[in-house]
Design a protein around this ligand. Structure first.
Ligand code: MSP
Length: 508
């Protein structure tokens, strides 16, 4: 039986246009989803939009539209961005979809039946931008006595009837769970923060609101709409057909990985596991938080007018150079800065020079000196075997790195081999062998073609489009692109198409 692998992105708020920060989490999840598919897993990859709540209601009002019309429009923008960025999702969920509404209500009922929901009144701070309740001691106070959320957003004082979730009952259970599952939450810094947040004590959580309308009605009490995070987190289950246990998609639960931004780690690592524990549902296996991007040294913000829209970036750079840059520039989990200069340097040095040139030199020598045919395999020297040995262990090495969400380290493993292949071609000088030892020349080119095939195969998840073109040029057919196919060499004599440049070079 093939193993299942369920991976999710956060669902994006439809309060504004998608930007490169949103694309980032989706690209990272896409790489992992594609990697596991190529490894032979049965993958289910979910993304979508988070459409309820006060923030979206306000954004719609500002745009002069009803929340429904506004949400339809922005959700379509997010879906389009996912398609343009080649995000290979299996399902795109919208929290306004009727099946999701039924599902969130079913989860609510289940938690209520178990005795973990009660009616009370909330009095305290709320931040609409973060859609988060903050306690007094989390707020930042200015010298003038104004209070702000720790994220810098403004807060308001709420006083309204509310249903509460007995979060306080889960403090010890959560701490115990984190301890027994050291890999549940990463990276380490986020894990430490979450553990100390829980250790400070968990208060019961307000999970309904009565002062606005745009939300899922609380079952049996239409005065209340659900707190948007109760609604939103349920998407990971509703997309699989919950509460219909017989739905075949339910077999994908528990999720292997919820990929999230570090700003929303608390909701995923504290509230979500507690809701699931309360409902008696198995917990996801892993939550990993990515860092944040600034742009040319500044936080992206509408007021600064520096929000990077992926479409603008695509006017100048290829999709794969953007995908590569985002995952290569900074160890996954850390924060980083997107600058034009850094993007150009990464592209020119590592894609155009290191990989593009290697492919171009090899393929044009094969076209010129081997009649454009896959050369005969011959005797292998120690150096040949060394390079091929490094290539052969790439799928295994990458799997180990991806298990820990170390996407940048995974790329570094591949680049070590690309650099080794460049040293190899320089030392072997196949261009000089044509006259003196054509058999050895053919062997060297054969080794390089095999190495390039391994490299292109494992890089497919990161750069699907350009690696598909490279595999075409290497004569690798569509059904020879899984990792398992690497065990079967491309037969000698196969005709290779005329070589073409892979990566453009950009100028500053
Ligand atoms: N709707 C919630 C998530 C609900 S999941 C059940 C939400 N939406 S969001 O649109 O505000 O953010 C979605 C994701 O985009 C988050 O993971 C967030 O970290 C990420 N990013 C938004 N801006 C970003 C950057 N500038 N850089 C990196 N990621 C950023 O939160």
């Amino acid at each position: 039986m093939t193993s299942r692998f369920y991976i999710t992105t956060p669902i994006y708020y439809v309060n504004g246009a998608p930007h490169i920060g949103h694309a980032y989490t989706s690209i990272a999840a896409d790489v992992i989803a594609r990697f596991y598919r190529l490894s032979g897993y049965d993958v289910f990859f979910l993304t979508g939009t988070d459409e309820h709540g006060q923030k979206v209601e306000q954004a719609a009002k500002n745009a002069g539209l009803t929340p429904r019309v506004f949400a339809d429009k922005v959700s379509a923008d997010f879906r389009n961005m996912a398609d343009v960025m080649h995000i290979s999702y299996d399902a795109f969920i919208r929290t306004t979809d009727p099946y999701h509404i039924t599902s969130a209500q079913a989860l609510w009922r289940r938690v209520a039946e178990k005795g973990f929901i009660y009616l009370g009144a909330y009095e305290g701070w709320y931040c609409v931008r973060d859609e988060c309740f903050y306690s007094e001691n989390e707020l930042v106070m200015t010298p003038e006595g104004e209070r702000y959320a720790p994220t810098g957003a403004s807060v308001e004082w709420l006083k309204e009837p509310s249903y509460f979730f007995r979060l306080s009952a889960f403090q010890d259970k959560l701490l115990d769970f984190y301890e027994r599952h050291p890999d549940f939450l990463g990276p380490q810094g986020v894990r430490n923060e979450i553990v100390s947040f829980v250790k400070q004590g968990l208060k019961d959580l307000s999970i309904s609101r009565t002062t606005f309308q745009w939300g899922i009605p609380v079952p049996d009490d239409e005065q209340h709409v659900m707190y948007v995070w109760f609604d939103a987190l349920t998407n990971y289950l509703s997309a699989l057909g919950y509460p219909h246990e017989t739905d075949p998609r339910m077999a994908y639960w528990p999720a292997e990985l919820h990929l999230v931004g570090k700003d929303i780690a608390r909701f995923h690592a504290v509230y979500w596991p507690a809701f699931l524990m309360a409902a008696g549902i198995e917990l996801p296996r892993k939550i990993f938080a990515n860092g944040w991007w600034t742009v040319e040294g500044q936080k992206m913000s509408k007021s600064l007018g520096n929000v990077v829209n992926p479409y603008d970036l695509l006017q100048e750079f290829s999709l794969d150079s953007i995908r590569f840059f985002l995952l290569r520039e900074v160890p996954f989990g850390g924060d980083s800065d997107l600058s034009r200069k850094a993007l150009i340097t990464r592209n020119n040095v590592e894609l155009a020079n290191d990989l593009g040139n290697l492919a171009q030199r090899t393929l044009s020598l094969v076209a010129r000196n081997c009649g454009g045919l896959m050369p005969e395999r011959g005797h292998k020297t120690e150096e040949d075997l060394k390079l091929l040995g490094q290539v052969n262990i790439l799928p295994k090495l990458l799997e180990l790195q991806l298990k820990r969400c170390a996407l940048t380290d995974a790329l570094e493993e591949v680049w070590k081999v690309i650099r080794a292949a460049n040293v190899y071609i320089t030392r072997q000088e196949p261009w000089a062998l044509r006259k003196v030892d054509p058999v050895r020349m053919a062997n060297v080119l054969g080794v390089l073609l095999e190495a390039l095939r391994g490299i292109a195969t494992v890089l497919q998840p990161f750069m699907p489009e350009s690696m598909a073109r490279l595999l075409d040029q290497l004569g690798v057919s569509d059904d020879e692109r899984l990792f398992s196919a690497l065990n079967t060499p491309i037969p000698a004599g196969r005709s290779l198409p005329a070589p073409q440049g892979l990566f453009p070079r950009y100028t500053e």
